[in-house]
Every structure is written in C-alpha cells, then in structure tokens.
Design a protein around this ligand. Sequence first.
Ligand SMILES: Nc1nc2c(ncn2[C@@H]2O[C@H](COP(=O)(O)OP(=O)(O)OP(=O)(O)O)[C@@H](O)[C@H]2O)c(=O)[nH]1
Ligand SMILES: [Mg+2]
Length: 250
Amino acid sequence: MKTTRLILAGGFLGAGKTTLLWNIAQKLMRKGLRVGLITNDQAPELVDSALLSMNDLQVAEVSGSCFCCNFNGFTDAIKKIRSEVAADIIIAEPVGSCTDLSATIIQPLKQYWNREVTVSPLSVLADPFRLNSVLEGKNGGLHPDAAYIYHKQLEESDIILINKTDLLSDEELGKLIRHTAEAYPSAKIYPVSALSGKGLDEWLQEVTTSKNSGKRLIDVDYDIYANGEAVLGWLNGTIILDYHRFDLTG
Ligand SMILES: Nc1nc2c(ncn2[C@@H]2O[C@H](COP(=O)(O)OP(=O)(O)OP(=O)(O)O)[C@@H](O)[C@H]2O)c(=O)[nH]1
Ligand SMILES: [Mg+2]
C-alpha cells in the first residue's frame, strides 16, 4: 500500500486547529486526494455531517489520553484510516493541552513506521492575542503551568502558524511575526487565517512536500506538564436547554 502523509496540526486550546482541519480537508479532497482525520478526545459529533458524507473522508479518534501518552492508540487510528480509505493524507489534531509530540509521536513514527507514513513538519497554531501576551511575559491569562505547556508547544514546533490574521492590522501582524521569530528562531512562521483560508496554500505546499519533521526535542518537566493539564481540564458534555413560557405583559 502507498505511504500516507501525516500532518500534525497542534496548538493551544482555541487556537483554530479544528477550523484549519476542516478547511484543508476540503481543499485536499477537492483535488481528488483521499483524506483521513485523527482527533483526540473530541466527541465525534463535532464532525461536520456534510464532510462526513464525502466519500473519501475517514475519521478516527484517540480517546482517553493525549496522543503523547498513547502511541499505540495513535498508530491504531492510522492503521484504521489506511485500511478503510487508503488515505493519501492524514491530518491529526492533538488536544490543545498536549505537548512533547516530537519525542513521543514523530520520532517513533519516523523510526518504525516509515513505510506506512511520511511525517510532515510539526505545525503549531497560535491565537495571535494569546501569543502576543505570552511573548510579553504575561502568560496569556493562563496559570503559569498552563503557560509552560504553551511555550513547550511552540518550542518543539517546526512551523508556527500565526492564525486569525484576519483580526490583525498589517502593522500588528508584522510586529507579532518579528517577536515570534526572535523568541522561536528555529521555527518557520506562516501567518494564516484558518477561517478565511488566507495563507493556507503556502503552508500546505510545505507540509505536503517537506520531510523536515520533529527537528527539535524539548526537555519537558512532566510534573509541571501534568499540573498544567490538570488546571486546564476540559468539558466534553452535552447541555440541554429547556424553558417555560411565561407572560411578562400581565
Ligand atoms: N477570526 C478568526 N477566527 C477563527 C479563525 N480560526 C478559528 N477561529 C475561531 O476560533 C475559535 C476556536 O476555533 P477552533 O477551530 O475550535 O479551535 P481549536 O484549536 O480546535 O480549539 P480546541 O479544540 O478547543 O482546542 C472558533 O470560534 C473559530 O471560529 C480565524 O482564522 N479567524
Ligand atoms: Mg478543536
């Protein structure tokens, strides 16, 4: 069977990972490519039904833990997608509080799974306002241990996608690109809008051709990481809203 390209699109909570995933999945499928998505502990109901009805898309979930703690769950998802749709490309969205993907996912895939997958540069999305705050040393409104995870995600990235550029002026964007490059000099920076699609073609060109993945291995203090994840937590539930009609006019 042919080799599948794997694009890991990480980044902190709310950075725009899912928006990016859908946008590029559609783009790639319009080109006739077979696409698989791997999500991490996000309810399958998040999957857009219009997308699911497209023939060549297959979605798999790694539940119960981050990709970084469940390599076998991740490779099971790859196997499933490859056997069901013979995917050309798999796009994977780790949960927003996940880091250390280079050591725990990319290196073992490159070593033991190179016949099945070619791993693209690790791309990490960033919300521009949180990124700006973190670069100014203000922790982006986060607990310091959560801000630690934020830094680690960017530190290990091969590519930083500054997302939501539609919300910035040219001057703000220019300044943010400069500051990001100073703080993370070895990462390539792409300004994009996952929502409007701006800048995505340039990034796609790189991640569908380059094999320069997992170039940085980071030191991670797993106590701080665990506490950062604990303070973040996340809700994955269904809320049912009910109401009783009453008369305000009487
Ligand atoms: N203006 C603007 N909003 C965006 C863009 N990308 C994402 N958003 C919005 O940002 C919010 C979070 O987007 P998601 O795609 O759910 O982010 P995520 O990283 O998958 O979030 P989690 O999975 O919860 O970590 C949503 O309201 C999106 O519509 C963008 O390029 N521009
Ligand atoms: Mg998401």
